[in-house]
Design a protein around this ligand. Structure first.
Ligand SMILES: Cc1cc2nc3c(=O)[nH]c(=O)nc-3n(C[C@H](O)[C@H](O)[C@H](O)COP(=O)(O)O)c2cc1C
Length: 187
């Protein structure tokens, strides 16, 4: 395999694909969400989930004020919603109205979830850690809302039913091929 070595990094998207989630919160009367591909589980016990937000995002200040957030995963047919939520700012437009999404009542926080997400987390903000031009928002997951037909008994995604939205960077999206599913154990 011929390798190209890049040392002068203009962008940093060689690790994609990553799934896309809408991350948002409510502060005062303002509800706002943004697309987020930089996210990760951080701990099983306690259940911690992290999202990396640039300081420039309106969502950054809303979550900082609300001290809570929701994480709402999108499916492949919702790529347009990701583009709206990820290329427009809530400073200029009401992205919920523009995208036609519906809000879902939370159980343990004050901030709403996205009704159309196949899985959504309610998170209480625990800590914010700065890393260069992004901040890591660490949330403790207080409740998970799952499409009951979207996951099997063990919580494994039913890839025949749900096609997760994955981001490749530069406004490019892809999903997984359900035919590629396999369960693999060591010998
Ligand atoms: C698919 C996709 C994923 C994105 N992931 C992130 C991310 O992980 N962190 C981030 O700070 N911005 C990310 N962005 C950019 C924000 O979503 C974008 O700047 C958005 O307009 C911010 O909205 P706001 O100002 O209403 O908060 C992403 C954009 C797209 C299209």
């Amino acid at each position: 395999m011929a390798k190209k070595i890049i040392t002068n990094l203009k962008h940093f998207q060689y690790f994609y694909p990553y799934t896309v989630a809408l991350v948002g919160a409510k502060s005062g009367h303002k509800i706002n969400f943004m697309s987020c591909a930089w996210h990760s589980a951080l701990s099983f016990n306690p259940p911690l989930f992290g999202v990396l937000l640039s300081k420039k995002r309106l969502t950054h200040s809303i979550i900082s004020e609300a001290r809570e957030f929701s994480v709402n995963f999108l499916s492949y047919d919702q790529a347009k919603i990701s583009a709206i939520m990820g290329r427009k700012s809530g400073r200029e437009v009401d992205k919920i109205k523009l995208s036609g999404l519906h809000l879902l009542e939370p159980k343990n926080i004050q901030s709403p979830l996205i009704a159309e997400a196949y899985v959504a987390f309610e998170c209480r903000l625990e800590e914010i850690h700065p890393f260069g031009d992004h901040d890591l928002f660490v949330g403790q997951i207080l409740a998970v809302h799952v499409d009951s037909e979207g996951f099997n008994q063990e919580g494994v995604l039913e890839v025949q039913r749900i096609r997760p939205l994955c981001y490749l960077g530069s406004d490019c999206y892809v999903t997984i091929d359900p035919e590629s599913f396999k369960r693999v154990l060591p010998d």
